[in-house]
Design a protein around this ligand. Structure first.
Ligand SMILES: Nc1nc2c(ncn2[C@@H]2O[C@H](COP(=O)(O)OP(=O)(O)OP(=O)(O)O)[C@@H](O)[C@H]2O)c(=O)[nH]1
Ligand SMILES: [Mg+2]
Ligand SMILES: [Zn+2]
Length: 295
């Protein structure tokens, strides 16, 4: 039988088979030897062990349309990147790194700022000014007050979407609003550390409506660095690409070079200051890492 992994916990994979329901499966020995770890979202072939107890073995992994390492999910069509307007304070450097990672994986992205009920005046306008030039769709929501859920539903319709974002921003709270009933655990934001208590520990695929699925994922916030070469980093910042065509030097790092189209766009306000600064910071890290490699 063919099914989809909707959850993986402690060596067990929960496989949804269309009409038949959910089977608790282990990955079979031979299959494990290939060292490919099944991911939530994977389409798999299973052998049923017991029809009564709904148990089986995962025996084959079907080809993946897409895969992400963090969060570890397969076959998603797009990402919903969720940050909070406050509590935890949005870290735009981290946000830009998430965006780079999604761009690298060629996943369409929508940015959602949740906890709109806590937002400072002017926050929305500032974020629109920062991220709309890159072509990202922005949604402002409050899971608490059930605001903006229709906007999210529009984006999700007919697709499989993974949520991503730091802990405590309200990913599970939003997923709960969208799924009504199949409740995900949510956790208080710790007063002391200002982030969630990592309540979501396993990714889970949930059904929302016809052909429409969402994956709730655990929050994470380590500062990952893209895999591209430093000279290509700007290609992960969509609004840098056109201006970079005006740079005098090929291989321009858009840093100290004269006659740089990206810096001109920055001065003209077509690129946001924070986007440029985060680009430079990530660029420097990548160069440092490369130097360390050859040392
Ligand atoms: N004020 C306010 N609080 C919210 C909102 N959405 C969620 N919260 C609260 O924020 C806290 C964290 O929410 P979760 O949904 O658990 O956050 P998460 O992103 O799933 O966190 P992890 O699972 O740790 O990654 C909970 O106390 C929620 O009640 C909102 O729109 N406004
Ligand atoms: Mg959660
Ligand atoms: Zn340049």
């Amino acid at each position: 039988m063919i099914g989809k992994i909707i959850k993986g916990i402690a060596g067990f994979y929960y496989v949804q088979v269309a009409e038949a329901g959910i089977y608790e499966c282990k990955a079979k020995g031979a299959f494990r030897k290939e060292k490919i770890k099944p991911l939530v979202g994977d389409d798999v072939e299973i052998d049923v062990i017991s029809q009564e107890e709904k148990t089986g073995n995962v025996v084959k992994l079907l080809p993946r349309k897409s895969e992400l390492i963090r969060p570890a999910v397969a076959n998603v069509d797009q990402a919903l990147l969720i940050f909070a307007t406050k509590s935890p304070e949005p870290n735009l450097n981290l946000l830009d790194r998430f965006l780079c990672m999604m761009e690298e994986n060629q996943l369409p992205i929508t940015i959602c700022f949740n906890k709109e009920d806590l937002a400072d005046e002017g926050f929305e306008a500032e974020m629109r000014k920062t991220y709309e030039p890159a072509g990202y769709k922005l949604i402002f929501t409050s899971a608490k007050e059930n605001e903006g859920m229709e906007l999210i539903k529009e984006v999700l319709k007919g697709k499989t979407t993974t949520v991503a974002g730091p802990s405590g921003v309200g990913k599970s709270s939003i997923v709960n609003r969208l799924t009504e009933g199949q409740n995900m655990e949510t956790g208080e934001v710790s007063e002391k550390i200002g982030r969630g208590k990592h309540t979501t520990r396993h990714s889970e695929l949930l059904y929302i409506g016809e052909d429409t699925y969402i994956m709730d994922t655990p929050g994470f916030s380590s500062l990952f660095v893209p895999k591209v070469e430093p000279v290509d980093l700007y290609t992960l910042f969509p609004e840098f690409i056109e201006p970079a065509g005006n740079c005098r030097f090929t291989g321009c790092a858009h840093y100290k070079e004269p006659d740089c189209g990206v810096k001109e766009a920055l001065e003209e306000g077509k690129i946001a200051q924070s986007r440029y600064e985060n680009y430079i910071q990530i660029y420097m890290e990548m160069v440092d890492q490369q130097n360390n490699r050859y040392r």
